[in-house]
Design a protein around this ligand. Structure first.
Ligand code: TRP
Ligand code: SF4
Length: 333
């Protein structure tokens, strides 16, 4: 069904192309997007302009990362017949709407955004004193409002950005008439998947399993994964509740295995080597459709580019329709 005749509520979300996706991205976001695509009219885009706000000094990887990200999305099960997938910078209307929204956004609103303050303090290796970085949430508001998104599936950290989008939306509508519906963040509880060392899974910690890892690589990584640190010898009983391996079992293994591990770990009935072997088997089995699809897409880069082009085209049509309305509303048409 084409998006314009669909009566389903619309979902919109984006990701910055900052490198290969990992299991944390899959469990935390992508699996949810895949589930949503049957019930909602979905738009998902690769936020390459947003990637520039902090990585403007070296842009050489962005193009490659866009393709990698699209492959990861398709491998995860996003279906181009159900979800429109596109590249932000291929739809220049985002820049135009961003400009108009920037006129009605008070500076104080932007300076109050928690991620702005945090990142400026934490990413001290980069110069974030630029105008684009402060305006990041305005560009995000433009992304969301452009498609009149009703729901925005995002993580906790992005909620303030959606809140700001709502404020900008209300302000726009009060000045120029009801053009945009107010979007809502869609927070879905997701299981916690720690990194290989038990910390949050993050590329910068080097504790991730990539969606592009082969079964052999996955097995190798699991083999050196952290376990209950109190369990030093095979004969020591362990506590699965503090063990990252068990968190994975809970997501990827059948109930029976989960129960067995939960019981036998506490009595030293099962050893960590065996426990990990069983976990990596279940993990690889669950990922096998994804790994398979990824291989297929990797060998047909031209299909990926076609899918992108088609998504870009649909998004541009939709965006242009909104912009015509916007230009009329602000009396610039
Ligand atoms: N800011 C988001 C992030 O860093 C990415 C993003 C850009 C986005 N535009 C969006 C997410 C619009 C949802 C909707 O993860
Ligand atoms: Fe973790 Fe499994 Fe070892 Fe228990 S037996 S500590 S759950 S790896």
């Amino acid at each position: 069904m084409s998006p314009e005749v669909s009566k389903k509520p619309r979902v919109l979300s984006g990701m910055r192309p900052t490198g290969k996706l990992h299991l944390g991205n899959l469990v935390g976001a992508l699996n949810n997007w895949v589930k949503l695509q049957n019930r909602y009219d979905c738009f998902h885009f690769i936020a390459d302009w947003h990637a520039l706000t902090s990585d403007f000094a070296d842009t050489s990887k962005v193009k490659e990362y866009r393709v990698e990200m699209m492959i990861d999305w398709l491998a995860a099960g996003l279906d181009p017949r159900k979800s429109v997938m596109f590249i932000q910078s291929a739809v220049p209307q985002h820049a135009e709407l961003h400009l108009i929204l920037s006129m009605i956004t008070p500076l104080g609103w932007l300076e109050r955004v928690p991620s702005y303050k945090e990142q400026k303090e934490n990413l001290t290796d980069r110069d974030l004193g630029n105008y684009g970085f402060l305006g990041y949430p305005v560009l995000q508001a433009a992304d969301i409002l452009m498609y009149k998104g009703n729901f925005v599936p995002v993580g906790e950290d992005q909620v303030p950005h959606v809140e700001l989008t709502r404020e900008i939306c209300r302000r726009f509508n009060s000045y120029y008439g009801e053009v945009f519906p107010e979007p809502e963040a869609l927070l879905t509880p997701v299981p916690r998947l720690p990194g290989l060392d038990g910390r949050k899974m993050s590329k910068s910690y080097g504790n991730v399993i990539y969606l592009s890892d082969t079964p052999e690589e996955i097995t190798k990584k699991v083999r050196v994964m952290m376990t209950d640190p109190a369990r030093k010898r095979r004969s020591d009983p362990g506590d699965p509740d503090v063990c990252p391996v068990f968190s994975y079992h809970k997501i990827y293994s059948p109930d029976e295995t989960i129960q067995t591990v939960n019981r036998e770990c506490r009595t030293a009935g099962i050893g960590c080597i065996e426990c990990k072997q069983s976990m990596s088997q279940h993990l690889i089995e669950s990922l096998s459709p994804l790994l398979h699809r990824r291989k297929e897409y990797e060998s047909s880069k031209s299909d990926i580019l076609d899918i992108m082009e088609e998504g870009n085209h649909k998004a541009r049509e939709e965006a242009e329709r909104t912009m015509e309305e916007v230009r009329r509303a602000v009396k610039l048409a």
